[in-house]
Design a protein around this ligand. Structure first.
Ligand code: THG
Length: 371
């Protein structure tokens, strides 16, 4: 089903510290993520894509909300919430952590930051995760406070992102390792900046911790980046499919386990860690998942947007679903992500995808398109 009516907005759909600047920059589409505005397109999906791959963009990713856990039981609770072993998570590191329920079903796939020995931030994907965490903390009588602080990540993504950041906070930021964060002096305030982000073009995320500082921080980036052709941007559908970056709620849901979602390398259930869903995940390892996320290349001209999953068939039998797809100008094919049954997930297997424009031949790809 496709709809042609504009989506209604109200104060339930939250604006961000950067919304005024995003509007002034000519945003042409939004989605709603964690009950907050998330831009999806500025000039066009393809123009945004080329610019992201060649220059530097500033992204309003405020909707990557933080759930802060503090207190004497914070570390214990945080480990309970993910099958990834957190014993090597030091202050200043980010970990990509699948979160599952008692059946091993995915609840979210946040980035976890250890801020202090007794303080963590889950930088969450699109689900109302705070109620699950608050429920566990209260139900288990833990000494842990769970809240959503006034923190809004601002992404700086693209090959020229390090140059732009260095002009503002100093050359030292170029030595910050991937998935590390540190406090840097930005506009004479200390801000947490991480080398991370939802693209494979390189970049940083500035954790803006005061709603009222948003526009000044945005403006500093645009003044410093003028000669680098800095533009407003947003997570780009084409680039993130090419890069194999998953979108919770689309590519995997609570119906899927982390093993099905290709996130086994972030599960250490065999190392005797204590976490919700451990037994279910250990059981699944015995046989292996029966379906798993794959990159696909769909033949023919540009496909329409994938608003609800498309069936994948082989010899007219259902063998999976495609959840994200877009025409890739660089690869000159439609790139896609989908959950594919075991008998058909080997690289180069040919399948049929039921797009709204009719059936298309597609090929399973061994790795994401972008290295
Ligand atoms: N940054 C921050 N918060 C976020 C996202 C983000 N919250 C929502 C959403 N994105 C969460 N999902 C992801 C998905 C992928 C990655 C990060 C968050 C990611 N993955 C890399 C990869 O798959 O290659 C690296 C993973 C690793 O090696 O640890 O970056 O983007 N703050």
């Amino acid at each position: 089903m496709s709809i042609s009516t504009p989506l209604g907005l109200s104060s339930r759909v939250r604006s961000t510290p950067f919304t005024r600047r995003v509007e002034e920059s000519g945003v042409s589409g939004y989605t709603v993520y964690n009950h907050m505005l998330l831009p999806t397109v500025f000039r066009s999906m393809e123009e945004d894509y080329y610019h992201l791959k060649n220059a530097v963009q500033v992204w309003d990713v405020s909707c990557e909300r933080q759930i802060e856990i503090t207190g004497p039981d914070a570390s214990w609770l945080v480990q309970m919430l993910t099958p990834r072993d957190l014993s090597k998570l030091e202050i200043g590191k980010c970990f990509y952590v699948p979160m599952v329920d008692e059946n091993g079903g995915m609840l979210n796939d946040p980035v976890l930051l250890k801020i202090a020995e007794d303080k963590y931030w889950f930088s969450i994907a699109d689900s109302d995760l705070i109620y699950w965490i608050k429920g566990l903390a209260w139900g288990l009588n833990l000494k842990a406070k769970v809240r959503e602080p006034d923190v809004s990540p601002l992404g700086v993504q693209g090959p020229k992102s390090a140059e732009l950041m260095a002009r503002i906070v100093g050359e030292e930021i170029k030595n910050l390792g991937f998935f590390r964060f540190k406090k840097f002096n930005f506009n004479s305030k200390e801000l947490i900046i991480a080398r991370s982000g939802y693209s494979k073009q390189g970049g940083f995320e500035i954790y803006v911790d005061d709603f009222n500082e948003g526009e000044a921080i945005w403006d500093t980036l645009f003044e410093a980046g003028q000669s680098l052709d800095v533009r407003a941007g947003c997570p780009n559908l084409i680039e993130r499919i090419e890069s194999g970056l998953l979108s919770f709620g689309s590519d995997m849901t609570n119906e899927n386990t982390p093993h099905e979602s290709g996130l086994s390398k972030f599960c250490d259930t065999r190392n005797a860690i204590k976490c919700v869903g451990r037994d279910a995940l250990l059981k699944e390892i015995e046989t292996g998942p029966w379906r798993q996320i794959r990159s696909l290349s769909i033949s023919g001209a540009a496909v329409p947007p994938c608003r609800s999953a498309w069936e994948v068939r082989a010899n007219n039998i259902y063998v999976g679903r495609v959840s994200s797809a877009a025409w890739s100008p660089d690869h000159q094919t439609n790139v896609a992500l989908g959950m594919i049954h075991r008998d058909h997930w080997e690289p180069n297997t040919l399948v049929t995808v039921e797009t709204p424009d009719g059936p298309r031949e597609a090929r399973i790809v061994s790795e994401p398109f972008n290295p």
